[in-house]
Design a protein around this ligand. Structure first.
Ligand code: ATP
Ligand code: MG
Length: 350
């Protein structure tokens, strides 16, 4: 009887096999009077890496907590591998692994014991578990420290162990909340490599981040979340086009030459190229926004040639990335090219 009822529930609540791997439909969370996640609609397809990008307090962790069944939505619903995330929690849960923002490993157990505990929970045979644990510790660069208590690990090592724990049962879907926060550049790179490998193996990954660079580097698609609302969504190429127009080139003028005396020249260059110029007196630096009609490479070459032709020496030449605030302003600036997504996204419930 029990089996029958669970099967009919699957039929009643599940989406068709071709449905996306993760789907949020009007997902909303209200704490008291504050709407922290506001009617989110998005889909992540099989094998995709989707980055939910947003500033502190944007609602990323709250969204993830709902998708991983830790928190009940106030409104809306979600599906994981076709299973209704709330009404079919057990089925949904069996499909995903989670790496939460706070490290969630047992501090008093060794790395090996942490992994062995999970293998046992999932009913893995001893032989398979041993091989898998060895492989994961190796990949995480933790083999030598396998028998040390996890509590003695550095933050980065603990994060790597958390990831190993989450992927040990080979889930179809992996949720990761800010996987590289607080890590040194080498550890970040290692985690990026593991993420790419997971994706290559067909795992669907939803990660949150507040690093534009991280999202741009890893994700197939990005959703920008702000004050609980999805303000922009697109493939990395679509977003790159939009961000491209707000990248800039900063040039530090050589010591002994003041930018004040050169402003007139820079204004002429900016007008010719239909772009904006900014000055940083403290650093004796001039920044030129990348014009929309040029690629970054073309613009960099043009600026170098211009400096040479004007015989202005410089000591530093860098491209600078827009921060999330600038991306958001660009997205909502009414720029015809970009304006499209904002209302569409928030209103849609396909
Ligand atoms: N349990 C709670 N009770 C009340 N408000 C909460 C609770 N959890 C989260 N919030 C609020 O929800 C909003 C979104 O928080 P959330 O933790 O989801 O943001 P985030 O995007 O993950 O930020 P961060 O980058 O800092 O991790 C914040 O205003 C936060 O104060
Ligand atoms: Mg968070």
């Amino acid at each position: 009887m029990q089996i029958e009822s669970s099967q009919s529930e699957v039929t009643a609540n599940s989406r068709q096999p071709l449905s996306p791997t993760i789907e949020a439909v009007n997902l909303t969370k209200v704490f008291g009077k504050r709407v922290c996640v506001d009617h989110l609609n998005f889909k992540v397809h099989a094998g995709e890496l989707y980055a939910l990008l947003g500033d502190n307090g944007a609602g990323k962790t709250t969204t993830l907590n709902m998708l991983t069944t830790l928190l009940a939505p106030t409104e809306g619903e979600f599906f994981i591998c076709g299973h209704h995330g709330w009404n079919q929690q057990e089925l949904a849960k069996s499909a995903f692994g989670v790496v939460s923002q706070d490290v969630s490993i047992y501090q008093e157990l060794t790395a090996w014991e942490n992994l062995a505990f999970i293998a046992e929970l999932y009913g893995m045979s001893k032989q398979k578990a041993t091989a898998r644990i060895k492989e994961l510790l190796d990949e995480a660069g933790l083999s030598e420290r396998a028998n040390d208590q996890a509590g003695e690990y550095s933050t980065g090592m603990q994060r790597k162990l958390s990831i190993a724990c989450a992927i040990l049962p080979e889930p179809q879907v992996l949720f990761m909340d800010e996987p590289t926060v607080g890590l040194d550049p080498a550890s970040r790179r290692q985690i990026w490599t593991s993420l790419r490998e997971l994706r290559a193996n067909g795992v669907t990954v939803l990660l949150t981040t507040h690093y534009l660079e991280e999202a741009e580097l890893l994700a197939d698609r990005i959703g920008i979340i702000r004050k609980g609302r999805l303000v922009l969504e697109g493939t990395i190429d679509e977003l790159r086009d939009k961000i491209q127009s707000i990248r800039s080139i900063s040039v530090r003028i050589a010591k002994g030459v003041s930018i004040d005396g050169l402003k007139e020249k820079f204004e002429v260059l900016a007008a010719e190229q239909n772009t904006r110029v900014k000055y940083d007196q403290l650093r004796n630096t001039v920044s030129l926004a990348q014009p929309k009609h040029l690629s970054l490479g073309q613009f960099a070459a043009l600026v170098v040639r211009w400096f040479e032709s004007q015989k202005i020496e410089f000591s530093k030449f860098v491209t600078s990335e827009p921060n999330l605030e600038e991306v958001f302003l660009e997205v909502t600036s009414g720029n015809a090219e970009i304006e499209l997504d904002v209302d569409d996204l928030n209103g849609q419930a396909e």
